[in-house]
Design a binder for this molecule. Structure first.
Ligand SMILES: *[C@@H]1O[C@H](CO)[C@@H](O)[C@H](O)[C@H]1NC(C)=O
Ligand SMILES: *[C@@H]1O[C@H](CO)[C@@H](O)[C@H](O)[C@H]1NC(C)=O
Ligand SMILES: *[C@@H]1O[C@H](CO)[C@@H](O)[C@H](O)[C@H]1NC(C)=O
Ligand SMILES: *[C@@H]1O[C@H](CO)[C@@H](O)[C@H](O)[C@H]1NC(C)=O
Ligand SMILES: *[C@@H]1O[C@H](CO)[C@@H](O)[C@H](O)[C@H]1NC(C)=O
Ligand SMILES: *[C@@H]1O[C@H](CO)[C@@H](O)[C@H](O)[C@H]1NC(C)=O
Ligand SMILES: *[C@@H]1O[C@H](CO)[C@@H](O)[C@H](O)[C@H]1NC(C)=O
Length: 680
């Protein structure tokens, strides 16, 4: 703050030009002076700061009213640019907190004063806002009775004004109002008690070589303004210049108006700013302000100005955002979405092929399998089998309909060995074997691609709700499966044990021929790390009793399972029904006892009625019992089975052991064991 010049002047005049005291009372004068000096600091007039400078309003304690605020960065914003606004629009006021002493005595003459400030008017588009801003000297800081709009928050709405207003203002008006005799929509005017300017001029400045340059007020340009009143010659000068093109004060003022402010100004007046808006609105900013009575207002340090919201921010909000940003955002969003989808697909179909995999034939690329099943689409799911889910698909390379078995091995270990075996099995060719078309590995997952069997599995006909198979179809299926087992056991280059012969592994082609599927898959567990569970894999009721002690699947354990298949196909009943009474639990015991009673044919599926060939049924049932013998060596081999079925060998040649199951208890234990740790 500059030193208090008013107080100094006052003191000087008191100290150095005192009225000549009568010599007799000389000591009285000194006493008075002493008293005055003591009293001065607490005297209200003396404490008034008649000079100040704000480079930034953050720390100022300006009295703000109506819509004015101080921005976070320290700019004074008198109004915002929101529309629509109330009838008379919004207005904003800001006053210096202390009243300023414009006169030495209430009836004295107005003293010289000087003020300078930097302002900016910011609208959505240049010269589209309103209404303007004014520097004001008013009797109080409360102008709430004033109106906005073209009254600029200064006057109460009577155009001719009222001399009791005691308002002096310099307006920076951006809207032409004919009723107030405005000269244009970009002018500077001097207002005394009335909104009709006493003097006005288009906003401009004179360059040093005498030319006048127009200044567009409503253009977010930072504009510096000087208002100087000379109280001795009663002359008011108003000068403006854009900060960027003319940072200094132009030599020639824009308005030079002769006026005596003494009748207008009281002894103490408040100085500040006012601005208003209406249906057209601008943000009115003041960024710095200095003031002095009886002297030149202090220079403003223009490097300290608070920033106003930049053009780009405003543009961004008003135009960029809706017209450019949103399409860009959408585009980015789409690009991101597509990239993510590509990435996801890549990741989904990416495969790490190890060198050994390439050694084995029938390998299909994962991508192809993925495509064939439409990404393992739930809609393509045919069922969940013992070893994993089965999907229907179409191989793109040849249009072949396939069933894809997705087996999760749980570990990558043992994969190589298993793949070796699977690819070997791929070489198996038999009309009653489901043909393996290929395989594929991805991590711990193994995919086996088989020919699609359109009519599903046998169990769904025998135990399920599908139509009842005729006796002829049943025999045809049983014969087919027998010949495929014979092929696996004896006719191929090495012995293949199926390990899991059962109705659900018998699949039916379009002509209702039975085909054995899933061969060798049980071996997967031999290679697995799943050593905790037992190595015997199979299905209760189909598993030869010796497996519970030897854990070794053999061709004769396959024969046992086939025996169970024979019985269930003929009887239309599962090999083990734990819910049934005593003898009926195991189908084999039931058939055996019926045979002992001499009425073996009553075991035949009731759904067939009498539509079956008795001799064949007898062979099938008896052969089933032979195959189901507890002692492996007592069972026929597959070659014999095929011969019996074809009638090339009479069953009487075989002797059935007294007891079908040597030890029923053993079997029951097996049932228990597997119902608790069931694998398939
Ligand atoms: C007036 O000026 C003095 C000294 O510059 C300062 O201490 C004081 O805070 C000012 N008062 C106001 C109200 O600004
Ligand atoms: C603008 O100022 C007025 C008056 O203070 C206020 O009511 C309004 O909410 C402000 N608008 C915005 C967008 O800030
Ligand atoms: C301003 O003056 C009006 C009356 O002229 C009064 O109602 C209002 O309370 C005053 N406001 C303040 C902040 O003093
Ligand atoms: C001027 O204002 C005063 C006080 O507000 C009022 O009494 C007077 O009638 C007004 N004069 C005119 C011409 O409006
Ligand atoms: C500026 O000069 C133009 C002519 O060049 C004149 O019409 C205009 O009134 C001048 N403005 C001021 C404020 O003197
Ligand atoms: C006002 O402007 C005139 C020139 O028009 C100049 O002579 C005078 O000194 C100025 N007065 C002040 C107080 O700036
Ligand atoms: C078996 O499949 C063929 C061809 O898909 C079909 O015509 C026939 O009806 C099916 N038979 C049964 C019993 O579903």
């Amino acid at each position: 703050m500059a030193p208090s010049s008013l107080t100094l002047e006052g003191l000087k005049s008191l100290l150095f030009f005192p009225p000549p005291p009568p010599p007799l009372y000389h000591h009285h004068f000194l006493l008075l002076l002493l008293l005055l000096l003591l009293v001065l600091p607490c005297c209200p007039a003396a404490s008034i700061n008649d000079s100040f400078v704000f480079h930034n309003f953050r720390q100022s304690n300006l009295i703000l009213s109506d819509s004015s605020i101080i921005t976070k960065k320290g700019a004074l914003r008198l109004t915002n640019d929101s529309t629509p606004t109330p009838n008379w629009g919004y207005m904003g006021h800001a006053f210096y907190p202390e009243a300023l002493k414009f006169k030495t005595t209430p009836a004295g003459t107005a003293q010289s004063f000087s003020t300078r400030f930097v302002f900016a008017i910011v609208s959505k588009a240049p010269q589209s806002g309103g209404h303007g801003l004014a520097f004001v000297i008013a009797p109080s800081t409360n102008l709430s009775n004033a109106k906005g709009s073209h009254y600029l928050g200064l006057f109460d709405g009577s155009p001719i004004g009222n001399s009791s207003n005691h308002i002096f203002a310099v307006e920076f008006d951006t809207v032409i109002e004919p009723s107030l005799q405005d000269i244009d929509d970009n002018h500077v005017g001097v207002d005394i008690d009335s909104p009709i300017s006493k003097a006005s001029s288009t906003a401009s400045y004179y360059t040093d070589d005498g030319k006048n340059e127009t200044v567009v007020l409503d253009s977010r340009t930072l504009i510096q303004a000087w208002i100087d009143y000379d109280g001795h010659i009663n002359l008011l000068n108003v000068t403006i210049a854009p900060l960027s093109s003319h940072p200094g004060k132009p030599k020639r003022p824009l308005i030079s108006y002769s006026v005596d402010l003494s009748p207008i100004l009281h002894e103490h007046m408040s100085a500040g700013f006012s601005a208003s808006t209406q249906s057209i609105a601008s943000e009115h900013y003041v960024l710095a302000w200095s003031f002095m009575i009886n002297g030149q207002a202090p220079e403003l340090d223009l490097s300290q100005l608070a920033p106003i919201p930049t053009a780009s921010t405003s543009m961004w909000k008003s135009r960029f955002l809706p017209y450019v940003f949103i399409p860009i955002f959408l585009l980015l969003w789409i690009v991101a979405g597509i990239s993510w989808e590509i990435y996801r697909r890549r990741k989904l179909t990416h495969e790490k092929i190890e060198e050994w995999e390439l050694e084995y034939p029938h390998r299909l690329p994962y991508k192809e399998v993925y495509r064939a099943t439409e990404g393992f689409n739930e809609k393509k799911l045919l069922g969940k089998g013992g070893f994993g889910s089965i999907y229907k698909g179409v191989l793109h390379r040849n249009g072949l309909e396939v069933a894809v078995k997705r087996v999760s091995h749980g570990a990558e270990q043992g994969m190589k060995e298993f793949v070796a075996e699977v690819s070997t099995l791929g070489r198996l060719r038999h009309k009653n074997l489901v043909q393996l078309q290929g395989w594929c590995r991805r991590g711990e997952e193994l995919l086996l691609i088989y020919d699609l069997m359109p009519n599903g599995s046998l169990d769904s006909y025998i135990f399920g709700d599908k139509r009842c198979l005729s006796w002829g179809e049943r025999v045809n299926i049983l014969k087919g499966i027998a010949s495929s087992l014979l092929y696996l056991h004896e006719e191929w280059e090495q012995i293949v044990v199926h390990r899991d012969v059962k109705a659900s592994n018998v699949l039916l082609d379009a002509a209702m021929n039975g085909k054995l599927g899933d061969f060798g898959l049980a071996r997967l567990y031999d290679y697995g790390t799943n050593a905790k569970t037992t190595h015997i894999v199979g299905t209760v009721g189909y598993m030869a009793p010796e497996l519970s002690s030897t854990y070794k699947a053999t061709t004769s354990s396959d024969v046992f399972s086939y025996g169970a298949l024979l019985l269930e196909v003929a009887c239309g009943r599962r090999p083990a029904c734990p819910g049934r009474p005593g003898e009926e639990v195991l189908l084999v015991n039931l058939v055996h006892s019926l045979w002992m009673e001499g009425r073996i044919l009553s075991a035949v599926d009731k759904r067939l009625g009498l539509d079956y060939i008795e001799e064949e049924a007898e062979v099938v049932l008896k052969l089933g019992l032979h195959c189901s013998q507890a002692a492996p060596e007592a069972r026929p081999n597959m070659r014999q089975v095929v011969k019996f079925l074809n009638g090339d060998l009479a069953l009487e040649a075989m002797e059935l052991q007294d007891q079908v199951m040597e030890d029923d208890q053993d079997f029951d234990q097996l049932v228990l064991q597997f119902s608790s740790s069931r694998i398939t």
